[in-house]
Design a protein around this ligand. Sequence first.
Ligand code: PLP
Length: 395
Amino acid sequence: MKFAKRIDRIQPSATLAMTSKAAEMRAQGIDVLNMSVGEPDFNTPEHIIEAAKFAMENGHTRYTPGAGTTDLKKAIQNKLQRDNNLEYKLDEIIVSCGGKHSLYNACQVLFEKNDEVIIFTPYWVSFPDFVSVTGAKPIFVNTDPDKQYEPVFEDLESKITKNTKGIIINSPSNPTGGVWSDEAIKRTIEIAKSHSLWVFSDECYEQLTYDNPFKSIFTICSDYERILTFQSCSKTYAMTGWRIGYTCGDQAVIKAMSKLQGQSTSCPNSIAQFAACEALSGDQSFVHEMRSAFKKRRDIIVNRLNAIPGVKCDSPGGAFYVFPNFKEIINRNLDGNIVKSALDLCLMLLEKKSVVSVSGESFGAEHNIRFSYATSESVIDDAMNRLEALVKEIC
Ligand code: PLP
């Protein structure tokens, strides 16, 4: 069957594919350790669930304004002030069905054929597709793995052309966990500013930084108005399935995104919006507890990885991923078969040791594998034992 060309410009999500592979293997009774998960392994806190129940029982079950309820926009406004020192008016905020939806809508509003959009490698799998589906071209810029994957600035400057329209920043990053320094952010924004580029700051992991407090990009460069900030309830409150994310920034862009959203999804889920008010405004102790748990797990997994000969893993400053480099292991062989790539290694780990991970190729990095540590310490330990055993078998 022939579909519209735009659908051929995008790929299925590699991370979702690995998650369903893990579910399939588990259904066959295999003892699978899933290190590919892109969501906290905690339950949504009880007070947020209670708010959702209240919403259902008290008639908050109808369409809401397309860009989100005023109550939720006010809760977001207060949260941005409280946690990020950001000041936005209500008409500079839109609520969407997850941060992903917000990012998608913003790309639709701002980019089109002949535009180019800068994406830093390794990138979250969805960024190139958000850009490609608009007809614009993703342009990949290298980063430095020894510096929390900050940009290689010479590469960034050399890739900007008269067609460059935007630049997508994701710090803390999926897949690397890298957190950029203020200096790297300032330098990037200076470059963006000198070419009047739209800057997308995907801050969906903003509450998960372990070495330094998080700073929202707009607070570092508040004199540049073309910065759009994207945040989400998904990772912060273990609410991935509730689908609430939001964008703040230029009022005209927010208005255009609202128009698009009104004609596509109508509005975000009314019950989830009510619960998100409680998430953002209520007790925040869950966020602190989750952050401490993740920090401990990060330290465990980074130590375990670096203890495996041939594996190199810098300590990422945030999110819940590590992105070790296996360059020394690639091209060695296992039972007479050459390990040709990170994908090969990832599949061997799956087939021989039942550990699910995501190979770096999906994120534009050929020597790396992404492991998520959004899982218990015992699973991390067991998975690292299995990886260590596999690497020992490779010679
Ligand atoms: N941005 C990044 C970098 C992500 O990793 C994700 C989810 O994995 C999202 C955005 C979107 O999250 P959500 O749509 O659940 O808010």
